[in-house]
Design a protein around this ligand. Structure first.
Ligand code: CP
Length: 302
């Protein structure tokens, strides 16, 4: 494996190797000195054309914990504002010796294009509405840590599927790992091609909740919406929001996940977000170990 562009490219064994490696590397986070020399002398460039809190900081932390040199490039404040293209920006950074390029971009397919232009490994940190593979991997890691297995797990992914790269990456990865996924959304927030995805679809959250081991809530991505997809936020919240009452109707051991950022009061109530059954901060912590694992597997040369 040279790049990480899509979870659809991962076999069962490759995905399991990443999760197992992350589990080993998580132990580094418990030490007083949280560093390994593994990527000493390697350079990782974080190339972010879209805003990020979790992904950018955890990739930076992950690379630093493996002793790589890290360059953080944000399109804001760079020569992108003078009209420089993605290709020229990438070639400039490569000329400075990047071994790995982590890219987030608003255009679906940007990571794939980049992989044709640079010599180093490309890690897709979110491309438009297409994919976010490390998010899906850290989600799978969190499910496995909390529930002990992925095989046979019933996972509901709820909300704005249409604009979600997290949903697509999770469906592809989780089905490879033996879980059963049901997408829950209003018809207007489902892609037209959803019938070709390897999962079930429902419009009825209340029917799906009692049959789910994991309920993954997604944010409504207003920044990607140029028309109205539902009558009002209040109605959306009433039909597709997760509150304490709905949480009480989930199986006792079932967990609530969210990739973040959350909009409290919209897709998830504050009561649920702060519940011990909600894994949102655990997902963030696992994201560092998981990203250490993919950087290690792609860049260490072993
Ligand atoms: N989950 C996620 O990708 O969050 P950020 O946009 O903050 O990176």
């Amino acid at each position: 494996m040279r790049h990480l562009l899509s979870t659809g490219d991962l076999s069962h064994d490759e995905a399991t190797l990443i999760l197992d490696t992350a589990a080993e590397l998580a132990q580094v986070g418990d030490r007083s000195v949280k560093k390994l020399p593994t990527l000493r002398g390697r350079t990782v460039v974080n190339l972010f054309y879209e805003d990020s809190t979790r992904t950018r900081t955890s990739f930076e932390l992950a690379a630093k914990r493996l002793s790589a040199d890290v360059v953080n490039f944000s399109a804001k404040g760079s020569s992108v504002s003078k009209g420089e293209s993605l290709k020229d920006t990438a070639l400039t950074l490569q000329a400075m010796g990047a071994d790995g390029v982590v890219i987030r971009h608003s255009a679906s397919g940007a990571a794939h294009r980049l992989a044709n232009w640079v010599d180093g490994s490309v890690l897709n940190a979110g491309d438009g509405t297409h994919e976010h593979p490390t998010q899906a991997l850290l989600d799978a890691f969190t499910m496995r840590s909390r529930l002990g297995r992925l095989e046979g797990l019933r996972v509901a992914v709820v909300g704005d599927i249409l604009h979600s790269r997290v949903a697509r990456s999770n469906v592809l990865l989780l089905t490879t790992l033996g879980a059963h996924v049901t997408l829950v959304a209003p018809p207007t927030l489902l892609p037209v091609s959803v019938h070709t995805w390897p999962c079930e679809v429902s419009y009825d959250l209340d029917a799906v909740l009692p049959k789910s081991d994991v309920v993954m809530m997604l944010r409504v991505q207003a920044e990607r919406m140029h028309e109205s997809f539902f009558p009002s936020t209040r109605e959306y919240s009433r039909n597709y929001g997760l509150d304490g009452e709905r949480l009480s109707r989930m199986p006792e051991d079932a967990i609530v996940m969210h990739p973040g950022p959350m909009v409290r009061g919209m897709e998830i109530s504050a009561e649920v977000a702060d519940s011990p059954r909600c894994t949102v901060t655990e997902q963030v912590a696992n994201g560092v170990s998981l990203r250490m694992a993919v950087l290690y597997l792609l860049l260490s040369g072993s």
